[in-house]
Design a protein around this ligand. Structure first.
Ligand SMILES: *Cc1c(COP(=O)(O)O)cnc(C)c1O
Length: 409
């Protein structure tokens, strides 16, 4: 048999004729901006996630920004954010001149450590020093946990902290379409994001479902949804997107200096079709994770992802950790060898506290967040997506094994 040595990219979306036909339909209709496809996508998505209100926007970053604005986050407010996340989770706090207070990660799940969050909340309440917190502030007003890679944070603990300290719970669900968790009292699976005041999803090109660029904010609170809808389109009066349509009116009122965050119908035409296959995509990623778990089991020098009980992982990311001492190879060299072996990988993430902006403006050090700093030096994200062939899945496994064998001391 001929061996296929073509490069396996880190991610490839799975686009079918359904998406292409609906994008065609959208283009032929002459209505490209927010319109019927966007309304359909909002309806389908809120039904799928079982939330009352959905606001489609052009990114998850936009959704997070609108969510913080809607609940009333203002200059000088503090917001708890994991350091082990993507730029977006914290920058949106800065958009409002509020201050992101970084929290270290849990060793096993990489999620925001709720015990450390609790410790920070206690210290701030008793005016003790906490890294990154300025002298003048209005107190902690919200937290934005990220369900890292698609494994839910300890939601019950987060909810308890939010009620005790009167915080809004904005969940960054960029990796969670879909993911599930069970709590101790209720034995039923819940969708990750279901208990957030506002949950924000991403449809960026390499997320679990995609619209190229896109995002969605979900809530059960109609007032927040209205506010987000208005602010997503220049702060102008409701249903502004209809103003150039038959049902629309030319008249509008500016009620606030809003943003330009609305989703296009071209994107939504992709989204409605991707969402229909979200469960199939999920099963497919679960299957790949299962094959990796088996194929990479008990190898000296790497650690496989750890999944807690009561969790159904979305498997947006499959991350191995390279143990320098045992593998005889550094993470960076490991990545180079995988690339040379035809495997695309990525690193999730360079923690926020190691980036110049956060170091210089908030005075963070690597040892303020020992767990995140260590995880960062060890992680490699392997390809995991429904468009992977079995041959590609097994080539990833054999290449990882070869790299380990070659580097044995
Ligand atoms: C991708 C991502 C975002 C941002 O999503 P966009 O749709 O690209 O704005 C936010 N948070 C996390 C954790 C992400 O991975």
């Amino acid at each position: 048999m001929k061996k296929d040595n073509s490069f396996i990219p880190f991610f490839k979306p799975l686009i079918t004729d359904d998406e292409i036909n609906d994008v065609n339909k959208c283009l032929r209709s002459g209505w490209m901006t927010t319109g019927p496809f966007t309304k359909q996508f909002e309806k389908d998505f809120s039904k799928y996630m079982k939330r009352g209100q959905a606001v489609a926007v052009n990114s998850c970053t936009a959704a997070l920004h609108l969510a913080l604005e809607a609940v009333g986050i203002r200059a000088g407010d503090l917001v708890l954010v994991p350091t082990y996340t993507f730029a977006a989770t914290a920058e949106v706090v800065r958009y409002l001149d509020a201050v992101p207070v970084l929290v270290d990660a849990e060793e096993d799940t990489f999620n925001m450590d709720m015990h450390k969050a609790e410790d920070i909340l206690q210290k701030i309440a008793s005016c003790e020093h906490v890294p990154g917190v300025p002298e003048q502030h209005n107190g902690v007003k919200a937290m934005i946990p990220v369900h890292f890679g698609g494994q839910a944070v300890d939601v019950e603990h987060a909810k308890r902290l939010c009620s005790e300290y009167e915080l809004f719970l904005i969940e960054d669900c960029a990796h969670c379409c879909p993911a599930y968790y069970k709590t101790e009292e209720s034995k039923e699976w819940k969708m990750t994001g279901s208990s957030a005041d506002i949950a924000c999803y991403s449809f960026y090109a390499n997320k679990t479902i995609t619209t190229g660029e896109g995002g969605m904010a979900l809530t059960d609170n109609p007032e927040w949804a209205d506010r987000m809808r208005i602010m997503s389109l220049h702060g102008i009066s409701k249903d502004a997107w209809k103003r150039f349509s038959k049902e629309g009116s030319w008249y509008y009122e500016i009620t606030a200096p809003g943003y330009k965050y609305n989703m296009t119908d071209i994107a939504a035409a992709i989204g409605v079709n991707q969402l229909k296959r979200a469960d199939d995509f999920h099963s497919s990623r679960e299957r790949i994770a299962g094959i990796y778990n088996k194929g990479l089991k008990n190898l000296r020098g790497i650690t496989l992802p750890s999944v807690k009980s009561g969790i159904k992982h979305s498997w947006h990311l499959y991350i191995i950790r390279v143990n320098n001492n045992e593998s005889g190879i550094s993470r960076n060299e490991f990545i180079e060898k995988l690339t040379a072996g035809g495997i695309g990988t990525s690193v999730h993430y360079i923690p926020l506290h190691l980036h110049p902006y956060y170091k210089e403006n908030f005075g963070y050090n690597a040892d303020d967040f020992p767990v995140a700093s260590e995880l960062y030096s060890e992680v490699i994200s392997l390809p995991i997506y429904p468009a992977m062939s079995d041959d590609e899945i097994y080539r990833v496994i054999s290449t990882v094994k070869t790299v380990l064998e070659q580097s044995e001391k």
